[in-house]
Design a binder for this molecule. Structure first.
Ligand SMILES: NC(=O)c1ccc[n+]([C@@H]2O[C@H](COP(=O)([O-])OP(=O)(O)OC[C@H]3O[C@@H](n4cnc5c(N)ncnc54)[C@H](OP(=O)(O)O)[C@@H]3O)[C@@H](O)[C@H]2O)c1
Length: 322
């Protein structure tokens, strides 16, 4: 088999020949056609992730074949029994277990799902981790419903783009932020009401003036931008956070308690969330946005593409072989 291997913090990823994988009982070898990159893979390469081990084959998302059936992979391992939170045993495929940036990966049989019929192979690879995170944030935590005003921050991101698509499918009035006017225009062409450049210090005032206040926030960036977004919530509003790309934030407690706001954190999702997400995506014919497809041997260029924030949606790797 061929694998893209990371040997240490800050190292470039190396394409290497390895011995073929064999499945232990209850597991399955998936022969991969496409994988997708998540920001997690970049954090790991930078050494900014818990539980590092090297060498490691990164990659949480993959689409491929088992017995000639097209499948995609649920990247969460051993969530546990609670719907509210994962157990300590929970892991995400691609660290510490070897992941999908390879021609083969071994996963538990229960993590293998048929590809929804409306998706291309590239879209199927792009869906799992971002789709699961977005679904739990939008549907389970924020409980977005028709007619609500929803802000999705950093819209170029893979999770953010899917969250936007899901909120739109729910009939919400969606607003976005981005560092790029082009990405805002792309989001508007998909049905978003308006977008704001987060580098503009006036952005949150503009959003408040335009909407009179929003009901829900889906945020993966944290930082002061998250605090500014919370300032736009109407009384009783809900802010859901799934990531901290822009770092920590501070918040005036009065804003929170006086307005009866709810802050919720979310990470990945349960097995049930994943199955529900696949049904939702199929029912609403949601196609994950594939920003670019790179061959596996250009994986370092693909990482640089994400690092430079050039993407709108997901970056996919084409795996040689099948
Ligand atoms: N908790 C979980 O289960 C979970 C799951 C997936 C991801 N995450 C985390 O969520 C974050 C996003 O992940 P991803 O894979 O979707 O990343 P991604 O595709 O690399 O997208 C990151 C996006 O963040 C936006 N951004 C960066 N700095 C920003 C700022 N200062 N203010 C507002 N937006 C900013 C940019 O949007 P524009 O390009 O529009 O400017 C960028 O494209 C990462 O930190 C990741 O680790 C967590």
């Amino acid at each position: 088999m061929i694998a893209a291997v990371l040997h240490g913090i800050g190292e470039p990823i190396q394409i290497e020949e390895r011995t073929s994988l064999h499945a232990s009982p209850g597991h399955q070898v998936v022969r991969l056609k496409y994988a997708a990159i998540n920001h997690r893979d970049l954090w790991i390469q930078q050494g900014k992730y818990a539980g590092l081990r090297f060498p490691i084959v990164l990659g949480s998302d993959g689409m491929g074949q088992v017995d000639q059936r097209d499948v995609l992979i649920q990247p969460g391992l051993d969530w546990g029994t609670h719907q509210t939170h994962q157990e300590r045993s929970y892991r995400i495929l691609g660290l510490p277990d070897d992941g999908t940036f390879a021609t083969e990966v071994v996963v538990p049989q229960g993590n293998v799902f048929s590809v929804p019929g409306h998706l291309s192979p590239e879209e199927a690879a792009a869906l799992p981790l971002a789709g699961l995170t977005a679904y739990r944030a939008v549907m389970v935590k924020a409980e977005v419903s028709s007619g609500e005003k929803v802000l999705v921050t950093g819209i170029g991101g893979g999770v953010a783009t899917l969250a936007m698509q899901m909120a739109l499918a729910q009939g919400a009035e969606v607003y976005v932020t981005s560092g790029s006017v082009e990405k805002i225009n792309q989001a508007k062409s998909m049905g978003v009401a308006e977008g704001f450049v987060y580098k503009n210090p006036e952005w949150s005032d503009q959003l408040k003036n335009m909407t009179g206040g929003i009901h829900k926030i889906i945020d993966g960036t944290g930082g002061q931008g998250f605090s500014e977004a919370i300032d736009c919530l109407s009384p009783g509003g809900i802010a859901v956070n799934y990531g901290g790309t822009a770092g920590d934030f501070t918040l005036a407690p009065r804003r929170l308690f006086w307005n009866q706001l709810t802050l919720k954190g979310t990470t990945m999702g349960t097995e049930r969330d994943f199955a529900d997400m696949l049904s939702f995506v199929h029912q609403h014919r949601i196609h994950p946005v594939v920003a670019a497809v790179f061959p596996l041997d250009q994986i370092n260029e693909a990482f640089n593409f994400i690092r430079s924030r050039s993407q709108f949606g997901k970056v996919v790797l084409a795996i040689p072989g099948l």
